[in-house]
Design a protein around this ligand. Structure first.
Ligand SMILES: [Zn+2]
Length: 294
């Protein structure tokens, strides 16, 4: 099964939902890294959560969700871009990547033990428009609860999130339920929302990992009319390139470049996300060494 996100609307209730399943992306994100089980688990949850969050955006653009604190994980970040459908690709899609940086090796498990006292920083950069950033303290025990808290304080939209990760199958999945703030009877809407949340709460990990979206939706909400939209495909894409490395090298003093070349014969850069190594020899670096002469 491809990595995919499904969005749906409850026809008679003021609520919408999402289901996501990530296998290939999760696998690619962790394969070249020596992460502990605990880090993989939390990174998988953050990957899933970010993809759910990205699908709630109504704009094309980039989003990054970062966890940072005083624990053994210095930071953990997932970056994702929303790409709208084109003639070649009829489906909307997400490109996603992620990383965890540790200050010290740790076998700790769980948000609190890995991140410690800290924050979740959500940065949204629309393709057209101003970037904005939301910061919430990590005051709850799970990432799902912290995200719900974010929606509560920054967007004021009741939202529930469920996250599942299986490290044996390298699969990560999740669901989001969100109240649609329209209509008049706010009280009844909240009652309906709680009712749908209770139904969603019965999802079992095995079901979300194996069942096609329409079957799972029927299993959960068979008395509701659920309108399923076209799915979004999700692809792991790092976005690093030799060109971006050269842009960084352009910031280094020519004298420094010369001295690195004299010592090592090349400048070597490794992408911290995907571990791709980029090497630049004297010939490739000539424009950056000669620029003082102009
Ligand atoms: Zn990369």
């Amino acid at each position: 099964m491809n990595d995919q996100l499904n969005r749906y609307l409850f026809a008679d209730k003021h609520a919408r939902g999402e289901l996501v399943l990530l296998n290939q992306c999760f696998q690619t994100m962790i394969e070249n890294h020596d992460y502990s089980q605990g880090v993989k688990q939390l990174l998988g949850e953050l990957l899933t959560a970010t993809s759910l969050l990205t699908a709630t955006l109504k704009i094309e653009g980039e989003i990054s969700v970062q966890l940072q604190g005083d624990g053994p994980v210095a930071y953990m970040a997932i970056n994702s871009s929303m790409i709208t459908a084109t003639a070649e690709n009829s489906l909307n899609s997400q490109h996603i990547r992620g990383i965890a940086k540790l200050t010290t090796h740790s076998d700790a498990v769980g948000l609190k033990n890995l991140i410690g006292e800290g924050n979740m920083v959500i940065t949204i950069r629309p393709s057209n428009g101003e970037a904005y950033q939301g910061v919430v303290a990590l005051e709850h025990d799970t990432l799902a609860e912290c995200l719900c808290h974010y929606f509560e304080v920054s967007e004021q939209i009741p939202t529930k999130i469920w996250l599942f990760t299986d490290l044996e199958k390298n699969v990560s999945a999740g669901s989001l339920l969100q109240l649609l703030p329209d209509g008049d009877d706010k009280e009844q809407q909240l009652v309906d929302f709680e009712y749908l949340a209770q139904l969603t709460n019965t999802i079992k990990a095995e079901e979300i990992f194996t069942l096609p979206a329409n079957e799972l939706l029927y299993r959960l909400y068979h008395q509701e009319q659920v309108n399923l939209y076209e799915p979004q495909t999700i692809t792991y894409r790092c976005g690093c390139s030799a060109e971006k490395c050269l842009n960084a090298i352009a910031q280094i003093e020519p004298s420094e470049i010369k001295s690195i070349l004299a010592e090592q014969g090349k400048i070597s850069m490794t992408c911290e996300y995907c571990k791709t190594e980029y090497n630049f020899d004297e010939q490739k670096l000539a424009p950056f060494i000669d620029r003082t002469r102009h």
